[in-house]
Design a protein around this ligand. Structure first.
Ligand SMILES: [Zn+2]
Length: 119
């Protein structure tokens, strides 16, 4: 477990979460500060700061669940589309969490709060 890692706290059950899916390797839950309705996070239960730290099994497990969560969100919310992206590390942003986590927020129309820079 990473020190001061919110997601490790959620995985351990020490912090509350609205869980969408769980198996031995992966937990998916709704973001506490969603960018859009249905904004979900999919994390490996083992702490990793960057997706480049994942082994092939973890990569497959996390992104398989991310695809399943996206399909469920698509069916439940019928959004115009959805963004599936992955963030790494905590960076310098206050409150940044040093953990790798795919995100899965549905979109409705434009604009939404998500911006993914080109390149
Ligand atoms: Zn962690």
């Amino acid at each position: 477990m990473g020190e001061d890692c919110i997601f490790c706290g959620i995985v351990a059950g020490d912090l509350p979460s609205y869980d969408l899916y769980e198996d031995d390797e992966v937990l998916a839950f709704l973001d506490v500060n969603p960018a859009a309705e249905g904004h979900a996070l999919v994390v490996p239960k083992e702490h990793h700061e960057r997706v480049t730290d994942f082994d092939a099994e973890t990569t497959a497990a996390v992104f398989t669940v991310a695809r399943r969560v996206a399909a469920a969100m698509d069916a439940a919310l019928d959004p115009d589309g959805f963004n599936l992206f992955q963030t790494n590390g905590g960076g310098r942003r206050p409150g940044g969490v040093p953990r790798a986590r795919p995100r899965d927020p549905p979109r409705r129309g434009r604009p939404d709060r998500l911006r993914v820079p080109a390149g």
